[in-house]
Write a protein that binds this ligand. Structure first.
Ligand SMILES: [Zn+2]
Ligand SMILES: [Zn+2]
Length: 348
């Protein structure tokens, strides 16, 4: 099969033939129909997570497609079924998986990182009965791809972790793919959303997706103060959708008393997982800090019902469709935050 292979960190991906994957006993092979290019791919390409996989490697973790082949122990899946591949999969047998929280699995399967991913014509998925979600016929592949990573991550964070309620103020710091997903989802939940970014195109898209106000963090010296003014004292929930110190601190400082900070963005290799946070603000305002990682398959029915009902539309975040050969250039452009919304590979 054809794949875009990471052979050296921060070098262009090499599109070449690699062996076709075979399904494991409880696994399937999926023909990839659409795969979104996510900032986590940029982290992987940049060498931020050297212990996670060996080179050469095939990235790509935000995909949907059609089941091509099933292993002998697969019960519920058949060739021809359309599926979403959530990146945060599990072994199906640990205490976390057994209580519906496979995204926190003791032995996680993170497709595109712990196994080869979807920058390829085919991908193998282990424990497939447990880890795959059927893609409803009404949802096209390009729309469905984002639900494998960024869109579901925003949904889980806002719904399950931050418990966003109707009428609350939600500030979203960083309007990249996951941030714009958060804008659309929080709006659908009935919240009033403020989008914050330094890119005028990103802020314009945030408004189209439902933000009632936007703050240009480049021109404003103090975006947190702007959010507190717009919201009459601070947001109820504030999201760091990027994972750099400025967005994390601004998010916490955007909150009202008892506000909830939702950390979705992960740090860059330079920060190595640590950011400085305003402790006295957290103490004095009784701020809650919430982390959020992926989404378990158990939460998919709720999200898919909202998509089917037209309340959520991940397709509105897709601004560009590319061929596999263009993947490398899209990832490199993320050095300068020079992508808008979701870019999805739809030709392999
Ligand atoms: Zn991702
Ligand atoms: Zn598990």
């Amino acid at each position: 099969m054809k794949a875009a292979v990471l052979e050296a960190y921060r070098e262009p991906l090499v599109v070449r033939e690699v062996p076709d994957p075979k399904p494991g006993r409880n696994g399937v092979v999926v023909r990839v129909a659409a795969n979104g290019i996510c900032r986590s791919d940029w982290h992987g390409w940049s060498g931020d997570w050297p212990g996670l996989f060996e080179l050469p490697h095939v990235l790509g973790h935000e995909m949907c497609g059609v089941i091509e082949e099933v292993g002998p122990e697969v019960r519920d899946l058949r060739p021809g079924m359309r599926v979403i591949v959530p990146f945060s999969g599990g072994d199906g047998s640990c205490p976390w998986c057994k209580t519906g929280m496979a995204h926190l699995c003791d032995d996680p399967i993170t497709v595109g990182f712990t196994t080869w991913g979807g920058f390829a014509q085919y991908v193998a998925i282990e424990h497939a009965d447990f880890n795959l979600v059927e893609l409803p016929d009404a949802i096209d592949f390009v729309t469905g791809a984002g639900m494998g990573c960024r869109y579901m991550t925003a949904f889980h964070g806002l719904v399950d972790r931050a418990r966003v309620g109707a009428g609350e103020w939600v500030a979203v710091h960083g309007c990249g793919g996951v941030g714009l997903s958060a804008v659309q989802i929080a709006t659908a939940l009935g919240a009033n959303v403020v989008g914050i970014d330094i890119g005028a195109d990103k802020l314009a898209l945030a408004k189209q997706l439902g933000a009632v106000a936007v703050v240009d963090a480049g021109e404003s010296n103090n975006p947190a103060r702007s959010v507190r003014e717009i919201t009459g004292g601070g947001a109820h929930v504030s999201v760091d959708a990027l994972g750099i110190e400025a967005t994390c601190r601004n998010s916490i400082k955007s909150l009202r008393r008892r506000g909830r900070h939702l950390q979705i963005g992960i740090t860059t290799g330079a920060a190595k997982g640590d950011l400085s946070v305003p402790i006295d603000t957290i103490v004095g305002k009784e701020i809650e800090l919430l982390g959020s990682h992926g989404m378990p398959v158990t939460e998919f029915p709720a999200m898919l019902r909202m998509v089917a009902a037209g309340r959520l539309d991940p397709g509105k975040l897709v601004t560009r469709k590319v061929a596999l050969e263009e993947t490398s250039a899209v990832i490199a452009a993320m050095d300068d935050y020079d992508t808008l919304g979701f870019t999805v590979i739809d030709r392999f």
